[in-house]
Design a protein around this ligand. Structure first.
Ligand code: TXA
Ligand code: MG
Length: 328
């Protein structure tokens, strides 16, 4: 069994992490969104380890991480609009689903599709690692499939027995997974909502691409991004949403100050959506741990305050809705 270790992201440890990737191992590294579970994108065997560690279905493709738009262009085909989106939002919390070009990228990573999801992260540790490694790195979120993403290095310990190293990047800045876009004809399809909202995308493109429509992938269509699956991001405890007054047996995640008689945490005392987004997974995990360590676990569940369904609130509510959906 491989021992896991949370280490500081010193230049020496970045070199070691890169060597582990070269040797076909898997490691955890921080990004500005959530922690990623990384492997060499050219190595089928290493990528299989990721699917095994996460218990992830093989038909759920991975995001390939590269340090620049130029690197992305060497492995996929960009239209003018896609190039514009890359130039505008990279490095940053955006993933583009593009036409795959490189034959070196593992077909397991892309689940045999002709498309490839690519992201240029902006976290400096992630960028250093990608530059040191010199090849694309696949990285799903560093959590078991269907569970809550990791926003602190300790969260990634769920995968401890399978990973060789966890690079400590402290608390992730954004705390929600990247926005995933797929451009088709005159349409930008939002496959997964994230920190970069529809309004922000619209504002960025409106002058240069006034005719482009931006839509959310309708749930009636075939599921093509499992971030769209109904049950995902789930705590182990029951989750009740849009709760103004929590019950006695519930831990409460407030939006605004925590009510006097409630037991729980505030996602943002000042009702600041980016702060609530950043804190969401941390407090869901914490509430879950408190409930599961309770002597009467069946008597407690998590209740969450209503979150305004505007801008980043849309992404937060998307995660909450899926988190509250019981697995079939
Ligand atoms: O913020 C993030 O995106 C993080 C960090 C680590 O970069 N990664 C992440 O990966 O959230 P993961 O595996 O948890 O989510 C990747 C999503 C999945 O829903 C997957 O189905 C979708 O990307 N995806 C990957 N390739 C795709 C493709 N070719 N077409 C459509 N969806 C794709
Ligand atoms: Mg994930």
């Amino acid at each position: 069994m491989i021992n896991s270790k949370i280490v500081n992201p010193s230049p020496e440890n970045i070199v070691t992490a890169s060597r582990i990737l070269h040797d076909g191992g898997i490691i955890v590294f921080p990004t500005e969104t959530v922690y990623g579970l990384g492997a060499d994108a050219h190595n089928d065997f290493a990528i299989q380890k990721i699917y095994n560690a996460k218990k992830r279905p093989l038909n759920n493709p991975l995001i390939v991480h590269v340090p620049s738009l130029e690197n992305a262009m060497s492995i996929s085909i960009f239209s003018e609009l896609e190039t514009f989106l890359g130039r505008t939002f990279w490095p940053g919390p955006l993933t583009l689903v593009l036409k795959k070009k490189s034959l070196l990228i593992s077909t397991i990573a892309t689940a045999g599709l002709s498309t490839i999801a690519i992201r240029v992260p902006r976290n400096s540790i992630a960028i250093s690692l990608l530059k040191e490694f010199g090849k694309p790195v696949v990285a799903p979120s560093a959590n078991k499939s269907g569970e809550i993403s990791a926003t602190l290095p300790s969260h990634a310990l769920d995968l401890a027995k399978d990973v060789e190293m966890i690079l400590d990047g402290k608390f992730c800045d954004i705390g929600l997974e990247s926005t995933i876009l797929k451009c088709e004809n005159n349409n930008i399809n939002i496959l997964r909502e994230g920190f970069i909202t529809r309004d922000v995308i619209k504002k960025a493109i409106i002058q240069k691409f006034p005719k482009i429509n931006i839509s959310f992938q309708s749930s009636s269509k075939k599921v093509i991004s499992p971030g769209q699956l109904t049950s995902h991001y789930s705590p182990k405890s029951n989750l009740r949403l849009n709760v103004l007054i929590p019950k006695k047996n519930e831990l409460y995640l407030a939006f605004g100050p925590l009510p006097l008689h409630a037991n729980g945490f505030s996602l943002s005392e000042k009702k600041h959506l980016p702060e609530a987004g950043r804190n969401l997974y941390k407090f869901l995990r914490l509430a879950d741990e408190l409930i599961l360590s309770d002597t009467q676990p069946n008597k407690r569940s998590i209740a969450v305050a209503p979150i305004p369904n505007i801008s980043l609130g849309i992404s937060i509510n998307d995660r909450l809705k899926r988190g509250a959906t019981k697995k079939k």
